[in-house]
Design a protein around this ligand. Sequence first.
Ligand code: CTP
Ligand code: MG
Length: 556
Amino acid sequence: LRPIHRLLSCPRTVAAEIKREEQSSGSVETGSEGRTPKKTFSEVQKERREQAQRTVLIHCPNKISVKKFLKYLSQHGPINNHFFYESFGLYAVVEFCQKESVTSLQNGTRTPSMGTEAAIPFRSRVFNLKTKNPSNPTSEQSRVQCSIHAPPSSKKLLELLCYAESIDDQLNTLLKELQLTEENTKLRYLTCSLIEDIAAAYFLDCTVRPFGSSVNSFGKLGCDLDMFLDLDEIGKFSANKTSGNFLMEFQVKNVPSERMATQKILSVIGECLDHFGPGCVGVQKILNARCPLVRFSHQASGFQCDLTTNNRIALKSSELLYIYGALDSRVRALVFSIRCWARAHSLTSSIPGSWITNFSLTMMVIFFLQRRSPPILPTLDSLKTLADAEDKCVIEGHNCTFVRDLNKIKPSGNTETLELLLKEFFEYFGNFAFNKNSINIRQGREQNKPESSPLHIQNPFETSLNISKNVSQSQLQKFVELARESAWILNQEDKDRPSSSRSQPWGLAALLLPSVVNSASLAKRVRKKPASERIKSLLESIKSSGPENATSTNGK
Ligand code: CTP
Ligand code: MG
């Protein structure tokens, strides 16, 4: 826990602060507490998935007696866990101890009779709770305490960073404030499980798995929910039951290519979500993309969802990032800060385009940490060397083998501080030969660029692909200039800052303020001033332009 004086001096209430601490400390995916033995990625996924299948989502009246509500529900069986949150009204997530309780609740639930509209019946696990006597509230009905699912505002975050004791403390604070909470993670797995119910109406035995930042330990509160519709298990279990001379196969429809099969499957699921999915709105079928997907908003959870299928390699790269995130407590702290910095300067965006992505930034941090001496992170090739027979994995001809048991990987002997690493990161990429070199986490060293894209980051498994092919020269240039300026600010602070006068944004907080780099003349003018004055004027400018601009809440 943080020192109490810091909690008290913060504008946030102590209760909210402690709640947030509790939420994050319980997370299976939290990797900031050092190297305690960790569960493998598939163990976490399996556990979370099973939890989600015993869980329901209930839209409640705004005021409710929690005690009576839980008592009412426990007639279907014991409850393991519950929490409330707000998203278009008050919602409760209720996890029963047994799956049968969900069926019992569904059996006692009716389909609403509409007035002029007609209901499309669907026995989902999303319910509406009605009170029989809404005009006569009892004294026990009160506002319930809700868990937080949005990141703190930029203003609050800057304030918290200013109260930190060191730059290392700032990076860890930022991580704690922005990382997914235990409740938010539960809600993500539950949402996948609810979508699975809809997909299973056609593809019985399918699985919908979360991937990307929801599970790779680099997710920020508010980030999108990437889902993978896994159809590979369908029909597999019967394969070993064959005996004698016969072999049974399902008669199926064939299409000319794997890609077309993916498009057809996603198209029909998109229709289902649009027409029958409770709370699934704004469904867009983006089927001509390199990786076809269905994008929609899940109103009850508030998540923006991207559903793909036939995307097993992306799940494997999520597992790889999960391992990198868990190996050393500095990794996530640095990645979160770099991502936040990039968002604050509009280097990343929620709109697709020629911007750098969070995924690319994460790869750059991993690569940088592989280049330290001694290395903080192992190369992917060395993780492959540590793999045993059970880890072997080849997907569509691509070798995706690496060791999955974290305990088999030797911790790094590198003891560099986060402050140093942050500064060195900016210096490293501020001077990187992007014009001729490619970033490659498989080998952990620069390689000649195989093609002419401004930024080349090799996809770790599909090695002929560049994950940052979309990035334009001007966006890369902006990244380089900002990196140089940030390195300069940190170096300058070392010289100028008396550690006692920290009333103005300093360290990481100063890096999140709007940049002056885009205006060369302004940059020159500003650089003549002492750093403290410059930061003061930057703070004034952020105040007048609205502090909410510094970071976004949509997680991209
Ligand atoms: N992915 C990939 N190649 C890309 C883009 C994405 O392999 N060029 C995979 C990665 O596994 C990535 C996942 O798809 O983690 C989801 O992509 P995206 O949502 O863009 O990135 P996230 O890592 O989820 O980060 P964010 O928080 O920005 O959503
Ligand atoms: Mg994502």
